[in-house]
Design a protein around this ligand. Structure first.
Ligand SMILES: Cc1ncc(COP(=O)(O)O)c(C=O)c1O
Length: 397
């Protein structure tokens, strides 16, 4: 079937939830993907910050092959070894003590909010409200739509579940004012990803943590986009010298396979059997893959390499900014980077880069976002910069 047929079929068969880029991907390896015609693209979208080790990383493929021949799904009625091994690796390498596995980021955050509500019920006289921030993104379930502080996501689905208060990001005073007897937790992204790669002041998270400790409420970090090496440390909280009571992970954790995780400190781990659960969560197949990916990331100091290559990439983007006066800002940490323009040209740029063999993401009408695999090389960054430069020149012409 030809490329056009697939895209026509998609138009006919799917609920209209996404405007896809006109490209049908059939194969990937490392930082590269190929379409049906065999055309090669350098992938700086990375499955939306999922393909931490690139496409089809050998360690993940090997783990999947082995596990698929051994045990794929068993239910959480029983003990299975891959999920326990993955839990151990995560606990040993984070400040959290206990884990619940699920299948996506939204689910991990749902679990985090349910756990915070248990805490509120048992320890805070029934407090149930969670404070989140404007421009945040926490997922697409109804409760996470309410948690997400962006009205464009709220409007189609009003009324939304109760219990979320949105305040300005990077503003501790706003958060203090929103805190009441009903507050059980604050939930934040260490760096807002979908909101535009918004980086808070260096002391923001510390101040929020101190406020939470003072009030006895929970400090939840959504590290679904920032976690597992993306920002240059295994978890972004390390760079801000804080320790969340609850942390959520997904995206890069599985090295490409769908998995989510909710991690909590011992004193907060208040679920009783039957209060939360998941059929597929923590199944042996994905846990074996995630364990292989995470172990590779830790053993090979991928976060350290991300820091270096991220700095290099940012410096090359800064040079582009010198060259093109319509670039207004380069911002990011590690390999979560945004390039902002003074005009709404991101869509045009995506298509123009696509023509030249580079895949990039639009995070706002005037902002591109880069989330390449954590294993990209300087040569690949140079190639991407070359394509961006030619594309930007063509826009100026
Ligand atoms: C910070 C953050 N939280 C939660 C989510 C939702 O994750 P998922 O799409 O896996 O449900 C995302 C997805 O972009 C995210 O970036």
């Amino acid at each position: 079937m030809s490329q056009n047929n697939w895209q026509e079929l998609e138009q006919k068969l799917f609920l209209r939830t996404v405007n896809r880029v006109p490209l049908t991907l059939v194969r990937g390896r490392g930082s590269l993907v190929w379409d049906e015609q065999g055309r090669e693209y350098l992938d700086f979208v990375g499955g939306w910050a999922v393909n931490s080790l690139g496409h089809c990383p050998p360690v993940v493929v090997e783990a999947l092959e082995k596990q698929a021949k051994t045990l794929i799904q068993a239910s959480n009625q029983f003990y299975t070894i891959p999920q326990i091994e993955l839990a151990q690796l995560l606990v040993e390498n984070s400040c959290l003590d206990r884990i619940f596995f699920c299948n996506s980021g939204a689910e991990a955050n749902e679990g985090a909010v349910k756990l915070a509500r248990r805490y509120g019920k048992l320890r805070l006289n029934g407090a149930y409200e969670v404070i989140t921030t404007y421009s945040s993104f926490h997922g697409r379930t109804l409760a996470m739509t309410a948690a997400t502080g962006q009205s464009k996501f709220h409007e189609p689905y009003m009324p939304l579940p109760d219990g979320f208060v949105n305040v300005e990001y990077n503003d501790v005073e706003a958060l203090k004012q929103a805190t009441s007897e009903q507050t059980c937790a604050v939930m934040l992204e260490p760096i807002q990803g979908e909101g535009g790669v918004n980086i808070p002041g260096n002391d923001y998270l510390k101040k929020v943590q101190n406020w939470c400790r003072e009030k006895g409420i929970l400090f939840i970090l959504d590290e679904i986009q920032t976690g597992v090496g993306r920002t240059g440390t295994l978890f972004a909280y390390e760079q801000y010298h804080v320790e969340p009571d609850i942390m959520t992970l997904a995206k890069g954790l599985g090295g490409g396979v769908p998995i989510g995780a909710l991690l909590a400190k011992e004193g907060v781990s208040l679920f009783s059997p039957g209060e939360h659960g998941s059929t597929f969560g923590g199944n042996p197949l994905v846990c074996a893959a995630a364990h292989a990916a995470l172990k590779y990331i830790i053993d090979n100091d991928i976060p350290g390499k991300v820091k270096q290559i991220g700095n290099y990439f940012m410096s090359r983007l800064e040079s582009l900014k010198q060259q093109f006066d319509f670039i207004t800002e380069v911002r990011g940490r590690g390999l979560l980077i945004a390039l902002e323009f003074d005009q709404e040209i991101a869509e045009r740029l995506i298509l123009a880069c696509l023509d030249r063999g580079l895949l990039v993401n639009k995070v706002k009408p005037n902002t591109l976002r880069f989330m390449p695999p954590l294993i990209i090389t300087e040569r690949e960054v140079d190639k991407a910069i070359g394509i961006l430069e030619t594309t930007l020149m063509s826009l100026r012409a």
